[in-house]
Ligand binder design. Structure first.
Ligand code: UFG
Length: 352
């Protein structure tokens, strides 16, 4: 397998995975609408490749397009064919991902996330490209009192964003079950990706006020916000703040490549796999570790609990270790250091 299509390849996880694919010698086609990402992330990928004196130009093909327009996907497969290349697999990141926005605008989420995936699978099928790694999420789990979530935890998402991810997994299951038995599919259920490439040249670039905790912390540390609001101090956890499974974006990127390489061994296969470290960190611990490793202050104040939060969300990642031969290599200190290195050197993200 040498040629891969990456949808949403300019986004946070997409850009780190694309860089890694290039480093591993893959030829990649990236399609991105750039509505929630920056073209500059791809320029930065080129810079990182140049810094390591690597030849990349003929191995990176960039397309601007919306997957809801089937022709934009078809064009890439046709171009590849014209270049006498065969796209053998797809890593599908493209999609909308803000939980709050999905509650306010469910039509937009179902339209973007489902229609784009249906188009993608149809075009893939037409071009006999039958291997896909899908960017799913731990948000699909119906979390009760289980603190160590395995892949057979009940699927019961509580917001439209999570519902679209669960629906796509179901759709992919139907595709997998078709009588031809010709699809190999990996649904990767991410926990909380943070951190950045150690170069500090690419990283998370949220538009507007960040929804997630880590970019909020880095922006408080920069002085863009006065303080971090910690949502709740009375959760049933040792220090009263919520516990999450933070995973370094580089480990996550490696997980995608392991998954794609694994699929390559099969004509027909489906995996649902958690990508998390299996280690829980509370909000207060995260703030303290961030302050200590980076020698910066992150003022905070406790506020009310956020609706829809759970006290503890931590992955059971045994299946990833067994099936993908994947192990997270970076710890929470690495995540805090690399994430701050990116933010400090790029206070406005890619909009310098
Ligand atoms: N939090 C704060 N203050 C903030 C933001 C968050 O205290 O300003 C807390 C939240 O209450 C939560 C923790 O920090 O306890 C993590 O919150 P995030 O919003 O960063 O992440 P979530 O765990 O809520 O959700 C994230 C992604 C989802 C994904 C899920 C998987 O946003 O898309 O992880 O577990 F599905």
């Amino acid at each position: 397998m040498s040629c891969i299509l990456v949808t949403g390849g300019a986004g946070f996880i997409g850009s780190h995975t694309s860089l890694l694919l290039l480093e591993r010698g893959y030829e990649i086609f990236i399609i991105d609408s750039f509505i929630n990402s920056s073209r500059k992330s791809l320029e930065r990928i080129k810079t990182i490749r140049k810094l390591s004196n690597s030849d990349f130009n003929e191995k990176l093909h960039i397309y601007e397009g919306d997957l809801r327009n089937k022709n934009s996907i078809k064009k890439i497969f046709e171009d590849a064919k014209y270049m006498k290349k065969k796209i053998e697999g797809v890593i599908h990141f493209a999609g909308l991902k803000a939980v709050g926005e999905s509650v306010l605008n469910p039509i937009k989420y179902w339209d973007f996330n489902l229609n784009s995936t249906i188009n993608l699978l149809e075009v893939m099928d037409n071009f006999s490209c039958n291997k896909i790694v899908f960017s799913s999420s731990a948000t699909i789990y119906g979390i009760g009192n289980e603190f160590n979530l395995s892949e057979d935890t009940l699927i019961s998402p509580i917001n439209p964003y999570g519902k679209t991810k669960a629906a796509i997994e179901e759709f992919l299951m139907d595709i997998f079950n078709n009588p031809k038995g010709n699809w190999a599919i990996a649904n990767l259920r991410y926990f909380n990706p943070i951190g950045a490439h150690p170069s500090g040249l690419i990283g998370e670039n949220p538009m507007g006020i960040p929804n997630n905790i880590f970019p909020f912390i880095t922006q408080v540390a920069l002085g863009k916000f006065k303080e971090l609001n910690i949502f709740g101090s009375d959760w049933p956890t040792p220090d009263g703040t919520c516990i999450r499974d933070y995973i370094h974006v580089m480990d996550l990127a490696e997980g995608h490549i392991c998954a794609m390489e694994k699929l390559n061994n099969f004509e027909s296969k489906i995996f649902n796999i958690n990508l998390g470290t299996g280690q829980g960190t509370s909000v207060l611990e995260l703030v303290k570790i961030f302050e200590n490793i980076n020698k910066v202050k992150v003022p905070f104040a406790f506020t009310d609990r956020r609706k829809g939060d759970y006290p503890i969300v931590v992955a059971n990642n045994e299946l990833a270790k067994q099936e993908l031969d994947w192990l997270p290599k970076r710890n929470i200190e690495d995540m805090c250091r690399d994430g701050w290195n990116w933010q400090f050197n790029n206070p406005n993200g890619f909009d310098f």
